[in-house]
Design a protein around this ligand. Structure first.
Ligand SMILES: NC(=O)c1ccc[n+]([C@@H]2O[C@H](COP(=O)([O-])OP(=O)(O)OC[C@H]3O[C@@H](n4cnc5c(N)ncnc54)[C@H](OP(=O)(O)O)[C@@H]3O)[C@@H](O)[C@H]2O)c1
Length: 332
């Protein structure tokens, strides 16, 4: 089979090699998935550079998110051969390959109403958004939700889930085109945070109150300025650090404004709380079935285009999810 593999850490375009290798074998509790489509995540670039929290053994295939069919199962797995699934693969056998390995705990059956292209970009953005907004921030209908990097992978899903929860959504994004995307997704206001101070704009748009919930996949200055526009008793969700800086926080600000900073790490949720995620998955499929949420597929690419696409993702040049057609490509 063909697989992108990394043998040493470095820039993705330099260290990714497209190789012909044997298919990996599923061990106990694992499945082998024939990948129809995979989605890129910001973490793929970090992983190539050795900056991701997980550092798999060499050589490894990146790829954190796939849609495909169960081809083989290890001992103790009840999934049927041929079942269409979405999954977070188990490294080093990630999803940028014609076949990947996943622990059954990270595999979710899907109906044919969720096609292979959309399916590949469904699991991480929506599970992260749902757990963050509902479980961690306890968002309520009528609250104001501020979503940073709203035209990105996780941001675009958070806007849709916020609207579905009855929130008034404000988004930030880098540039006019991305702001337009946020408005189309249901945000009532989109702020180009590269040219405008979003903190002031959010205060103005909320009659000085600020945002009740802030979804932050960017970190750095964006986090710092979020603390200046969070509402009394608001919640700032720490989702990621795409900006490259991990911010620190004055607990005096927390005290004076009575707001909370709430972490979300889906890797750990899937290990600890599969029953919770089963319920979340069922709810997300129902929302997709009703057309309330729909993965924002910015680009579909071939296997060969992966390294340059990972570079674009790290350079703010992508919108929504980048989906890779793998092997025979999408069937549904
Ligand atoms: N906590 C979790 O469990 C979890 C789950 C999934 C993802 N994440 C994290 O969430 C973040 C977003 O992931 P994603 O895959 O959905 O990526 P993405 O949002 O599609 O892409 C990252 C976006 O961040 C914005 N950005 C701001 N400053 C940036 C900078 N200096 N360099 C690059 N991008 C910058 C850009 O949007 P603008 O141009 O609009 O600013 C860019 O498009 C990542 O940090 C990822 O690790 C965390």
């Amino acid at each position: 089979m063909r697989a992108w593999r990394v043998h040493e850490f470095g820039e993705p375009v330099a260290v990714l090699r497209l190789e012909e290798i044997d298919s990996p074998e599923p061990g106990p509790g694992q499945v082998q998935i024939r990948v129809a489509c995979a989605a890129l995540n910001f973490g793929d670039g970090l992983m190539c550079r050795g900056l991701y929290p997980l550092r798999p053994e060499f050589p490894f295939s990146p790829g954190l998110e796939v849609c495909g069919e169960v081809e083989r199962v290890g001992d103790g797995v009840s999934l049927a051969i041929g079942q269409r699934v979405i999954a977070v693969p188990d490294l080093p056998h990630g999803g940028l390959a014609e076949a990947c390995i996943a622990n059954a705990a990270n595999v979710y059956a899907i109906p044919d109403s969720l096609g292979d292209v959309e399916g590949a970009g469904f699991l991480i953005p929506y599970q992260t958004g749902h757990v963050a907004l509902h479980r961690r921030a306890q968002i309520r209908s009528g609250e104001t939700l501020l979503v940073h990097a709203g035209a990105g992978g996780v941001g675009s899903a958070a806007i849709q889930l916020g609207v579905a929860a009855g929130a008034e959504v404000i988004a930030t994004a880098g540039g006019a085109e991305k702001c337009e995307v946020c408005l189309k997704l249901g945000a009532r206001l989109a702020i180009d945070y590269r040219t405008e101070d979003f903190s002031t704009a959010v205060r103005e748009a909320t009659d000085g109150r600020g945002a009740d919930v802030i979804y932050d996949p960017v970190g750095g200055d964006v986090f710092d300025r979020s603390t200046k526009c969070v509402a009394w008793e608001g919640r700032i969700l720490v989702v990621g650090f795409a900006g490259g800086q991990i911010p620190t926080l004055s607990t005096l600000d927390l005290l004076l404004e009575s707001f909370s900073v709430v972490g979300v790490y889906m890797g750990e949720y899937s290990r600890r709380e599969r029953p919770t995620l089963d319920a979340v998955h069922a709810e997300l499929l129902a929302l997709h079935g009703k057309g309330t949420i729909r993965p924002l597929v910015g680009r579909e690419i071939s296997m060969e285009e992966v390294p340059l696409a990972i570079r674009d993702l790290g350079n703010r040049r992508t919108i929504g999810k980048i989906i890779i057609r793998i092997g025979d490509g999408p069937r549904i």
